[in-house]
Design a protein around this ligand. Sequence first.
Ligand code: THU
Length: 257
Amino acid sequence: MAAPDIPSELTEVASHFQQNARTPFSRRAATAIVVLSDGTLVPGVRVESASFPLTIPAALNAITTAVASGRKDIVGLYHQGAVPPSTTVLAAGFGLSPAAQGGVWSSPSGMPAPGNVIDPYIRAPEEGTAAAVEAAREVAERAHIPESNFPVGAVLQTESGRWLPGVNVEHPDWASILCAERNALGTAVTFGERSRSMMALCCPKAPGASPCGGCRQLLAELAPGIVVWMDQGASSPLGMTPAELIPLAFSGDSLGS
Ligand code: THU
């Protein structure tokens, strides 16, 4: 028996966002669409890093955008483009099994009819770096942290003057955990946004914490012009540029030619 067709809304939304994929090294664009329980669609594109293992697969980008938006009610996933093996593991981690159609995963209860694409932006914080750190602290409440119980929140100002959230999203497979900073950067790429001026970061359980090495690399590649403002508890936030955070970063200039 032939598999039922993939809903055209899913393939259309995926095709629309596919152009935002950042694949300068492989030129193999990929887009994933998460389906939430009310039919809301959450896109995510593949975001390659010059450090290949730091590449954000499309499905991970979509799932982490959903979680940063406060939505964990993931009931379906559609993937356009070559599917990396990690995607099936990731889908299983969110209770989804492969469906009869290739590139589709679904919860046992099935998927609702596709609805609108999510609005990923948050309310803009007040002026100033302390207010941005406070916004990051609030966003951290959305973190999905079954492994560490260590929430992290980030907010990123975009070129359009709006703000995108990021939280850490954990799975039993630690190698596919995404940090809050990279979550926000990945969402910006999906929505065709460049970063503008600043990111603010808050680890509520560890004021004074700074971005991990992987996030520093992605910040240098995707947002070299911003300042990252880090929570310092009672003191004013500390601001550093990606170049200050990762001197002599691997640029990948001689890759992909
Ligand atoms: N984490 C971040 O979200 N950002 C960082 O820069 C450091 C680490 C998260 C990843 C993981 O969920 C937890 O913190 C422990 O590493």
